[in-house]
Design a protein around this ligand. Structure first.
Ligand code: ADP
Ligand code: ASP
Ligand code: MG
Length: 423
């Protein structure tokens, strides 16, 4: 990502991001305006990024799907980016009503230049001279999250939850002193508090753990936003827009963090499983299957390959659930080409993961995880590990039970110092 001609502005600069629930009604928008104005009156330069009002992006997606299930992604971006136009305008009006100058901008106007991968574009550069001019004139600048424009002038969007990434990219570009992500929870928890009522808020979390959590389903931050925060060392906090509190700070890892073996359990319903049965055991078959998926822009996550004694291979892998049908269609010809016997799929799976930097230096985490799941009669279909996480694929209907079971097994409802497992 390149950042145009930015230089650090002397007074402190804060980027605030408010998610859908935080701007979900006129009252909430007024409350956001009050928070932004308070920061402005305290002497900060303030740039605010907002999402569409809650439920609006989903409504726009269902309108598209109502028209056709074979829609063009360019037009998808034209429609789904519309929600943010309303919330930025309303917020700027609400700030003006409090006596502070504010101007709202869409992505293309301040030029969030992206690549052309519609519906999951990546930011390449933020030009943003208008933002700087407005800040220097004492305005609060309100910017539509989630959207950008490609070289050819087409509107693009950054993937669901993409306003987080807009905010962090802006904070990096502006060399902001803080990037505050305001949402409907008061920080990052040991598990999704909607699933585990005893989940605890983490005061701090390392960029790497948050990266795993986000990519494994904790939608409190979009994965790409954490990647950018880590890369550009953006000081990032997750806070509640509804209540006061210190929130969760994303930081570099330290020794204290390493003492905690498992920091959080996370879950995702975003994947589907595909198995290609009876693949001939010869060079090039994996390249044919995964090459076809890559060409169709479908990301493959877990892959398991089993060679049976008969010399045939079964290949099982996961793809984003939204791409499931597309993946099956994409594979129809390659599967014939390599003379595989059959292709099967299951979109009703879920992924549950345990994440913690302490796993690097402690053994036995996987064993404890599998034992706890077995005790509840939960069957594990696939397993994948990295240095700081263990993920399992299981039937979707067991997902919430598995999350609660693992939260208990790793004693995450207790203070880190009081956990038997942590010592
Ligand atoms: P916003 O609309 O503000 O962007 P999101 O709905 O995208 O908010 O993200 C906030 C939600 O993330 C919370 O309401 C919570 O249910 C969910 N969530 C999932 N995992 C976690 C976690 N580990 N900590 C906090 N929130 C989580
Ligand atoms: N409004 C977009 C969405 O619902 C972007 C965001 O909320 O961050 O995905
Ligand atoms: Mg979000």
């Amino acid at each position: 990502m390149r950042f145009g001609q930015w230089s650090k502005i002397k007074v402190s600069l804060i980027v605030q991001k408010y998610g859908g629930t935080s701007v979900g009604s006129i009252e909430r928008i007024r409350a956001v305006a009050t928070k932004a104005v308070a920061a402005h009156r305290a002497g900060h330069q303030v740039v605010v990024t907002v999402s569409a009002m809650s439920g609006e992006t989903n409504r726009l997606v269902s309108l598209i799907e109502g028209v056709s299930d074979r829609y063009n992604k360019r037009e998808y971006d034209v429609v789904v980016s519309a929600g943010e136009q309303i919330s930025i305008g309303l917020l700027a009006i609400a700030i003006n009503a409090l006596g502070v100058k504010a101007r709202s901008y869409l992505g293309w106007q301040v030029r969030f230049l992206t690549d052309s991968i519609h519906s999951k574009a990546r930011i390449r550069e933020i030009e943003g001279f208008r933002i700087r001019e407005d800040l220097e004139k004492g305005h609060i600048v309100v910017i539509a999250g989630f959207q950008g424009v490609d070289e050819a002038g087409n509107i693009t969007t950054l993937g669901r939850g993409g306003s987080d990434t807009s905010a962090v990219a802006l904070a990096a570009a502006l060399h902001a002193d803080w990037c505050d992500i305001y949402t409907d929870v008061d920080g990052v928890y040991t598990s999704d508090p909607r699933i585990v009522t005893s989940a605890r808020r983490l005061d701090r979390i390392s960029y790497d753990e948050m990266l795993e959590l986000a990519s494994l389903g904790a939608k409190v931050l979009q994965t790409r936003s954490v990647e950018l925060a880590k890369k550009y060392k953006v000081p990032l906090r997750v806070l509640s827009s509804l209540q006061e509190g210190g929130g969760t700070l994303l930081t570099e890892e330290d020794e204290l963090m390493e003492k905690v073996i498992v920091s959080a359990i996370t879950n995702s319903r975003d994947e589907a499983k595909i198995t290609v049965l009876g693949v001939p055991d010869r060079p090039g078959v994996a390249a044919t299957i995964f090459g076809a998926l890559a060409e169709a822009n479908i990301n493959v996550d877990m892959i398991i390959q089993n060679i049976s004694e008969s010399g045939e291979t079964d290949m099982t892998f996961t793809v984003p659930r939204g791409d499931y049908q597309h993946a099956l269609e994409t594979l129809a010809i390659p599967v014939k080409q390599i003379a595989a016997r059959e292709i099967k799929g299951d979109p009703t799976i879920a992924k549950v993961s345990a994440v913690g930097v302490g796993m690097r230096s402690h053994a036995g985490v996987a064993q404890r995880m599998f034992k706890a799941l077995a005790a509840d009669g939960i069957n594990i279909q696939m397993i994948s590990t990295s240095e700081i996480k263990i993920s399992v694929i299981l039937a979707e209907k067991y997902m919430e039970l598995a999350v609660r079971t693992l939260h208990d097994a790793f004693e995450l409802d207790k203070d880190a110092g009081d956990r038997v497992i942590a010592r």
